[in-house]
Design a protein around this ligand. Structure first.
Ligand code: NAD
Length: 456
């Protein structure tokens, strides 16, 4: 398998993929190993994941270079991502014991007393099929709580972040997670499909809606938990009472961070007609300040798009909008020459007949639409197949909440966007997914509850 540098388009490594036989052997190793891993004390498992977090911090310099090299994100963003992953681990270290320890919940008196207790058992051997856009962060949603709970994990990193996946494996082993409790599987879609054929005890997938749906179909009839963290078409509504300059700067950050390749990136913007013109002007001004270029240059704020094939999608989406009379305010095309660069692109005068307002862009392209009031904004924000996040910028919490509580999304933002906290549940609705990771609910996602009635 070839490993590309998206900033140059060059292959810089070749790596051996796992075949089905090899993947099956890894599974068998884990099936045996999980029996031992689950009998280690919770404290021991928490300590191992804690040491992994320390190693991420210690080796951050090398890890961030690998990440920028294979996915193309600016070095500073790679560093931020690793720091964020350490923060997520800290959450699990602090909260797992409380939520995984047996919970006495009731006592029924009588000639004999019955104690009622909820206990938690690991799912067993689980599969984690992952994406490349935030490989450390999205892996931590699964690997940290799964291992702490006593599961063994068969982990398939994306083929676009394979080297990072191998770093994760190396550091987990160094931290004391046994080789028969964790194995990385190297490969493309075929390796992911091989995981679906194994009798795993749960599947945790992060990636596109198309793949998530194919996985759900392939696993239909298998009575094991399946969690799907999929794409989004996340709206932002900017009300007329905001500080326009600040709102525009925040919106640009939400739309263009990681070259727009965040599942919860701002993907479409609605602006109240009273500030539409000044907002669009300020927004384009901010976009023009972005410095596109070499991810290793400290001045760079916009890297290349990670997947070469994705450039065509962005070209098509811009053409579709322009053909339907959208106004191209800046950008709009692939940068000629080496690497997978796409100009940061702003389209105004857009509407919901256009792909840019309906289909996930997952790149540095954004549409801005004028609305006359909150009612129209709400109607347009809700007009989507996705349901990951939604944001409102306004001075009024009440007006913002009035919109956010009516939307079928897993996360609502007031005066912020493109943000994930380990303390809060991360879950998509509709085509954005099924199930929950992070928060205490995301600790319970990796265990099976057992009720005990103990009479004495
Ligand atoms: P993708 O669906 O192309 O690939 C994801 C993973 O699935 C990869 O490891 C790939 O090898 C594997 N795969 C491909 N075909 C498969 C199949 N038929 N069976 C099993 N596995 C298969 O997605 P991507 O390009 O890696 O990631 C981008 C997408 O992920 C975007 O849509 C983004 O919004 C979404 N995403 C969502 C979240 C979230 O938390 N909701 C987080 C990050 C990314």
């Amino acid at each position: 398998m070839k490993i590309f540098n998206p900033a140059t388009g060059d292959v810089f490594r070749e790596i051996q993929e796992d075949d089905e036989g090899g993947i099956s052997k890894k599974y068998q190793l884990l099936r045996e190993g999980q029996k031992g891993w689950r009998t280690r004390s919770l404290d021991e498992r928490i300590a191992a994941v804690g040491r992994f977090g320390e190693l991420l911090e210690k080796e951050r310099g090398e890890l961030e270079k690998t990440l920028s090299l294979e996915v193309g994100k600016p070095l500073r963003e790679s560093g931020n991502e690793i720091a964020g992953a350490v923060g997520r681990i800290r959450f699990f270290l602090q909260n797992s014991k409380k939520h995984l320890s047996p919970q006495p919940v009731n006592e029924v008196p009588g000639p004999l007393t019955t104690r009622e207790i909820i206990d938690f058992e690991p799912l067993g051997v689980i599969g984690n099929i992952s994406a490349w856009n935030y490989p450390y962060l999205i892996a931590m949603n699964v690997l940290a709580p799964a291992l702490i709970a006593g599961n063994a994990v068969l982990y398939k990193p994306s083929e676009f972040s394979t080297l990072t996946g191998l770093h994760i494996q190396r550091l987990l082993f160094k931290a004391g997670v046994p080789e028969d409790a964790f194995q990385a599987v190297i490969g493309e879609g075929a390796a992911g499909r091989a995981l679906l054929k194994l009798p795993l005890d749960g599947y945790f997938f992060t990636g596109s809606y198309a793949t998530g749906k194919a996985i759900a179909v392939a696993l239909a009839g298998r009575l094991v938990p399946v969690t799907l963290e999929l794409g989004g078409k996340d709206p932002l509504y900017v009300m007329e009472d905001v500080d326009v300059a600040k709102a525009a700067a925040n919106a640009v950050e939400g739309a263009f961070y990681n070259a727009g390749q965040s599942c919860c990136a701002v993907e479409r913007i609605y602006v109240h007609e009273k500030i539409y013109e000044p907002f669009v002007k300020a927004f384009v001004g901010e976009v023009k300040k972005l410095k596109m270029g070499d991810p290793f240059d400290p001045q760079t704020t916009l890297g290349p798009v990670a997947r070469h094939a994705h450039l065509q999608h962005l070209v098509r989406q811009v053409k579709d909008a322009v053909d339907r009379r959208a106004k191209l305010l800046t950008g709009g095309k692939r940068v000629a020459g080496r690497g997978h660069f796409f100009e940061p692109t702003v389209l105004a005068g857009v509407d919901h007949t256009m792909s840019v307002m309906k289909e996930e862009s997952f790149g540095p392209v954004i549409g801005i639409q004028k609305v006359k009031d909150d009612e129209e904004a709400l109607k347009l924000m809700a007009d989507t197949e996705y349901g990951l996040t939604a944001a409102v910028f306004s001075k009024s919490e009440e007006r913002a909440k009035n919109i956010l509580e009516k939307l079928d999304v897993g996360t609502g933002y007031w005066n912020c966007c493109d943000r994930v906290s380990p303390w809060l549940p991360w879950s998509g609705r509709k085509n954005s997914g099924l199930g929950t990771t992070l928060s205490y609910l995301g600790i319970h996602a990796f265990v099976k509850p057992k009720g005990y009635h103990l009479r004495s």
